[in-house]
Design a binder for this molecule. Sequence first.
Ligand code: ADP
Ligand code: MG
Length: 234
Amino acid sequence: MNINKNSLPENRYPIVEVSNVRKSYMLGDMEVPVLSGINLKIEKGELLAIMGPSGSGKSTLMNLIGCLDRPTEGQVLIWGKDLHSMSDEELAHLRGIEIGFVFQTFNLVPRLTALENVLLPTFANSRSIDPQKRATELLKLMGLQDRMYHKPGELSGGQSQRVSIARALINDPSILLADEPTGNLDSKTGSEILQIFMDLNNEGRTVVIVTHDPEIAKYADRVVLVKDGEIQYN
Ligand code: ADP
Ligand code: MG
């Protein structure tokens, strides 16, 4: 299957369409249901905030949208293509070019510099003709021009999260997913990081963010609540 971005009929489909998705985890031979009957469409250019109590399944949903996991039942379509019909290899390729993921714990590689961390996703999949130049530009955009050759141990939490946002953007993904990106930061730094996501959205980037911060509700196009395994629309 050809999943080159240029061959995807972008305009006809939402970027992501989650239809009747159920997800359970197996604990030994016991099936533990987490999501039951999720339906969600994410349109190009949207800022979507996902809220809900701890343990309600927000990360499970983000991992499905981000192609890090597969649903137990139902469909996750990216640009109209069903993830279920893809091999692990195709899925990894799609994830590499279409999706940027930012995690609460930054997930930077400690022995690599900020610049090398940002370049990591370009080794498997790159859309950029000059990844080194783009990585440098992104780090500058994040205000880290004097931290490019520092390793994560020499960076603050806010700086580390900026590196991970630059890394998420390196392949110019269709959608940027952030799962509680400010959860490990103090509130001032957290607000600065939230502002980066809002700026990226204002520039046209599609952003889905899981957060407990009520500030985001003022700026988001939509806020959805995950509760009892379902989505509750406001
Ligand atoms: P949230 O992000 O909203 O806090 P999660 O999606 O992380 O919620 O978790 C939802 C539920 O699924 C929790 O009860 C959690 O313990 C369980 N869970 C999450 N990941 C796994 C896993 N890999 N294996 C088993 N149970 C899991
Ligand atoms: Mg979570």
